[in-house]
Design a protein around this ligand. Structure first.
Ligand SMILES: [Zn+2]
Length: 572
């Protein structure tokens, strides 16, 4: 049987031999000892992983995938070596665009819901590599600002799933040149792994003269300061229990730590003043974040990336970013996001990330004006419109699942669209009521998608079913409002009343502001317009109305070109 297995693997495609289901197993537990050797750009890992069969039938084989620069050394169960075949597997879940995949013959069939614990060993190099981006045409000099992960002598930073498979995973191939395939496989994996427990012991020996480097990871509750070991060997224990929405990542560098009450910043020695600007920005926004989301549960953390052009990356309340000399206003906007994560927790991406992006918009409003905030939110609007177009185009080939906010794995939805949902909820309920909803929210009670709706209804006394149906539980696209008609008349001496009919051409409803302009001023009222329906609003003005605009930008819309209406002369 084992021989047959090996022959089969060698002679033909594995999938056709065994109908290998790469996504059969959820990896429920990782206990890994990770030894980093920066001089050799190497990593050596020993430990155990536990796999649970979450597929629909018993499984005889399992796939274990690691980055293509790493090599499998051993896979055992119950103290006995298991037979496995290692093969390259092309997939863009790793920066190299390829994985080292071990197809393991399990000691016995694992039944549905059954688990198997494997002792594993692998090692190899993690070097700067942006193959997956360059092969789809991105110039290398740009690609390495995005795929900046590497282990190197002076600086090591390696992110987990979706960047570098430095711990074993198993999923179907994701391909950057095939629409959303990469994001879909990663989304499924992250969803399955939310409850996984991960305990990682990172270590490396320090070299004689140099100060011991800091060894950091993105686990919650990690404090940067404690991570600097004074011993010959630097060791950091990283506990992800459970993993939640975080991406396990580690950083090794000669940092100095700037510690403040709300934030810790790991910086290189020459960036003291820039780090202080980040700290000042965090302190400036902290009261705002506390007003909205309560006192922080942990410190926000900022870790410097050495490449000044590197794209920032966040995991939980940790931000990896170059510490460039940036406009303090922009720094504040960036730090509102991390401080919101440090203050407010949720197992739902659209709540966790949506609120952090919403908070940035709300802070922009505090900094400048509602219009400045809506301009800021407008960046999210274009992202959503583009994502909706992509989905619509793909749906022509194959019908896709419902990208509701509760199930979506699309960034533009659980970040950008969700930010607008929170913005609209604030407009709908009032800021005071929304804050009460957030104060009542408890992450561990959020067990069904309607939990938030129930809280919002209890605090506001309003029926919000239609809103949650259109925006949260389903993806019905974005609304498209137009002013169908506007009939002004003179109500009395010096008083005008204009009757405005707003039509919503799309399936998603919203409560939307309608602004009437007149010589010397304007006045705004809100009107609720359900999907494919009309809403009527009567607005009084002291002078003849000249122009009507529906939507000030607070509702994301697919088409903004049909929102303005010129008013004719009033009837008497
Ligand atoms: Zn975030």
């Amino acid at each position: 049987m084992k021989l047959l297995f090996v022959l089969c693997v060698l002679s033909a495609s594995v999938a056709s031999c065994f109908s290998l289901d790469r996504e059969a197993f959820t990896f429920t537990d990782y206990q890994l000892d990770v030894r980093i050797e920066p001089e050799q750009q190497r990593l050596a890992v020993r430990g155990t992983i536990t796999l649970r069969n979450d597929s629909s039938r018993a499984q005889k084989n399992a796939a274990l995938q690691i980055s293509s620069g790493l090599t499998w050394r051993s896979i055992q169960a119950e103290g006995k070596p298991l037979q496995f075949v290692s093969q390259p597997y092309v997939s863009d879940i790793d920066h190299t665009g390829e994985l080292s995949e071990a197809i393991v013959a399990l000691p016995k069939e694992v039944p549905l819901g059954g688990t198997v614990k494997l002792a594993i060993g692998y090692e190899g190099v993690i070097v700067l590599d942006a193959t997956r981006l360059t092969r789809i045409g991105m110039p290398k000099e740009n690609a390495i600002h995005s795929d900046w992960d590497q282990i190197s002598k002076s600086f090591s930073a390696v992110r987990g799933v979706g960047y570098v498979a430095w711990y074993p995973v198993a999923m179907e191939a994701g391909n950057l040149s095939e629409g959303r395939s990469l994001f879909e496989v990663l989304g499924r994996w992250k969803q399955r792994e939310q409850k996984a427990e991960m305990e990682i012991r990172l270590s490396h020996s320090r070299d004689g003269e140099n100060a011991p480097p800091a060894l950091l990871c993105t686990a919650a509750g990690t404090h940067l300061v404690e991570e600097i070991s004074r011993a010959q060997e630097a060791v950091t224990d990283c506990q992800f229990a459970p993993l939640g929405l975080r991406v396990p990542a580690f950083v090794v560098a000669n940092y100095e730590i700037l510690e403040r009450p709300v934030v810790e910043i790991a910086r290189r020695p020459e960036h003291k003043s820039n780090a202080e600007k980040f700290a000042q920005a965090a302190e400036a926004v902290a009261p705002f974040v506390t007003e909205w989301f309560g006192a922080p549960r942990e410190k926000a953390q900022v870790v410097e990336l050495l490449d000044p052009g590197a794209s920032p990356f966040e995991s939980g309340a940790m931000l990896l970013t170059p510490l460039n000399d940036t406009d303090p206003k922009l720094l504040e906007i960036a730090l509102v996001h991390e401080l919101t994560h440090a203050a407010f927790s949720s197992p739902r991406p659209w709540i966790y990330e949506g609120l952090a992006h919403f908070a940035q918009g709300a802070y922009r409003e505090r900094q400048a004006s509602r219009q400045a905030a809506l301009d800021f939110m407008g960046l999210h609007r274009s992202a959503i419109v583009d994502a909706e177009k992509t989905i619509a185009a793909e749906a022509k080939d194959a019908p896709t699942g419902d990208e509701s906010l509760v199930t979506t794995t699309i960034d533009e939805f659980y970040r950008s669209k969700a930010a607008y949902v929170w913005w609209m909820l604030r407009d709908l309920l009032s800021e005071e009521t929304l804050r009460k909803v957030l104060a009542a929210y408890q992450a561990d009670q959020d067990k069904d998608p309607a939990y938030l709706q129930r809280l919002a209804q209890a605090q506001s006394g309003r029926d919000l079913q239609w809103f949650f149906d259109d925006w949260v539980y389903h993806d019905r696209g974005l609304p498209d409002f137009r002013v169908e008609s506007a009939y002004p008349r003179q109500a009395s001496q010096g008083n005008y009343l204009v009757t405005v009919t707003i039509e919503n051409l799309a399936a998603t409803g919203a409560e939307v502001p309608v602004t009437v302009r007149f010589d010397g001023g304007e006045t705004t009222q809100r009107v609720q317009v359900r999907g494919r329906a009309k809403g009527i609003v009567r607005i009084a003005t002291p002078r003849p109305p000249t122009e009507i605009t529906v939507n000030d930008g607070s509702v994301p819309e697919s088409d903004l070109s049909n929102n303005v209406f010129r008013v004719g002369a009033p009837a008497n």
